[in-house]
Write a protein that binds this ligand. Sequence first.
Ligand SMILES: Nc1ncnc2c1ncn2[C@@H]1O[C@H](COP(=O)(O)OP(=O)(O)OP(=O)(O)O)[C@@H](O)[C@H]1O
Length: 771
Amino acid sequence: MASNPPSSSDSDSSRKPPTGSVQERLMVAVRIRPLKTDENQRVLFTTNNKNVIIGDYADKNDVLRQKRGSDKQYSFDVVFGEDSTQEEVYEKTTGSLVKDILNGYNATVFAYGATGAGKTHTMVGDPSQPGIMIRALNDLFNAVKDKQDQYSLHGSVNVTMSYLEIYNEQIRDLLNPGSGYLELREDARGRSIQVAGLTEISTNSTNDVMVLLQKGNKARTVEPTAMNKTSSRSHALLSVTVKQTIPIDKRDHLRMRVKQGRLFMIDLAGSERANKTKNRGKRLQEGAHINRSLLALGNCINALSGGARYVNYRDSKLTRLLKEALSGNCRTVMIAHVSPSGNQKDESRNTLIYADRANHISNKVERNVLDVNYHVNQYQTVITELRGEIVRLQQKMTEERPRSADIKLNAEQRSAEVKNIREQIVETFKTQMKLRRKLMEIDSHLLGIGMEAERQHLVISNWESRNNKLYKNNLNMSRAQTQQSLRRKRTVTADSFHSADNEDSSDLDAETEGEVAVQHAWGELADIEREQERWSELRTTIEQKLEVCRQRGVSLEDKLPALLSSDDEREILALMCRVHELEADKMALQSERLVRQHELRRRDLVILRYDRQRQLCEEIITRQRQLMEDGQLKLPLDLQELYLIYQQEIHASTYADYSISSLMTPDSKLPPISKIYSDPMFRRGTAAGSSPPSSAESDADPLPSLNDPSVDRVMGHPVSRPGLGMKLPPLPPSPPIRISRTANSSSSSNNNLGHMRRAMSENILNEDIME
Ligand SMILES: Nc1ncnc2c1ncn2[C@@H]1O[C@H](COP(=O)(O)OP(=O)(O)OP(=O)(O)O)[C@@H](O)[C@H]1O
């Protein structure tokens, strides 16, 4: 069944540059190439610029046939008929992407379709009818030129370009074809994929780029086949990256913002049928590779459009490279190409089915804008203020100069020496400022990577706990343990693989996903450790330099008073010294503030840790309680009391008292143990004063069974919340909760409750005082 794409206005509005990140549907366009002279039977036509009809004897004038339903209609964002122009196709599919790139978005446009359907014509074209690649580069460079004029004083625009082909599952650099086959590399997180050794040309000249592109196209593997005299035997990927560095504030050129957008333009090789292409030998082998990678792409499209949790991009280099375009932060346009000829009806139908599925894929698109000096923003204000003071001081000194010119020769010499020392002091002061700023940047960076490390620890500890392993604080031990359990799991998975039916495969996929994540987390931690070491060393070096610089400044300032002749000079220099002192104090205060901010974030994380511990306790209590109920065990009185208090805690929403409700999802609220309300023991407890929840409440939150998937939900989400993780000293032990054994009435329970709350808040306060 054909998809139901949004109306043209919907579609247009969905492609407007978003603020923040938005979910955006992949745009699908279809282009029908003109019927050739040797092709006589037309089986495909458009009724308007959104629909395409395919049928045995498709004829747009044969209304009766259409009504009989033998023809099939598909709808897309836009359909280009046989008479569409290159310009029209470019404007409606890629023109707006070029603007998005300059605004810091990633975008991809790729041509898909059977061999001979017109992909290369659309993407590359010829000198008289240039295709999308040429037009996009042209537009991009014109826009960049305007930006360059705009940023000529402050800021810069840098354009880089690369062009590669995937031929027989091997990657070749089209800008440097002699460089052999290139490797595909993934970063430790498996997020960014890179081609090692690929030529990245940085240029701002449109002419240079056009020459390079033509050179690249000539180097591409093209061979004649029975279906196409100039059949591309490879997938060609052209990438253009625009990086703009702009001052955040026109008056302050120290704080820069980096905006980076990347446009991928891809001409895929065409799918083909051996019997139609009449390929043999090498051509046949090429066709098999092409079909395999297109099949992998089709599988990804199927999985993504069906909302699968796990999508396998690893089956081909093409899908690994297209991962970002299909599922990541990228605006993507697919131009499906079809031939109207009856001879290619099956291929055209397959293409339309693929395109229809692709219509259901959505990407999360966000702008790649980064405030590079974000962490030191607060210090910039201090520095700007200090600069103002220094400038004022310098002006004052200059104003004083004419008076000192009247002094005699030896006085003049002395004055020159004062001037020299004064300049040295200013110089030392500037160096100090620079070093202090660097130190703060390093501190901020170290705290940032510390948080990232903590996030990774949470990923691992979550995985470990799900696999019933105890997470050790000792890194090496834990790492070895994870690897051991991964190996064990793999053996089990391999053993059960052959017997696994399709229903199990999604579980296996999810497990694989978890394993990949935990492996990445370990890899990431190793990188972070190295980075921490490197930055700590750098910090020590800078600290030493700063100390040397500070000592030098002190000795220079000590020398001065003996040389000073006039009171004015003394006063000016005293003022200068005072400014330096103030600057140092301000810097120290700012730095303290940064540390406090990070400390607050650290505590947020501690709370989240407690939250996770609490969720685990919750599950243990619930399961134990279930076992007791099933075994009809008689509970000691003080344990009954504890359960009672626990119930009250749940319904009193105690956790909101700690002002962290905003950190908690509704799912993470303590679940009631509904079954215990039917327990006579509990009823005895309620008779003493505490009120059980209404039946509606208890029905709404049934006790999760051990095999119930909702147990996972009851435990809440893993505690890895973006931006809240950071490296911590070992976690403090949980606050001790002591309940008086004599507490057996509701009022004493409530007292205990108050005591518990006090104990916890006092604990938090003590933590404040201690730290
Ligand atoms: N819209 C069009 N207008 C005019 N000619 C076209 C159009 N589309 C394709 N052609 C012509 O059809 C032929 C095949 O097109 P093209 O090489 O672009 O197909 P392809 O899909 O890239 O094939 P392959 O996958 O085999 O490389 C070429 O001669 C091309 O010039």
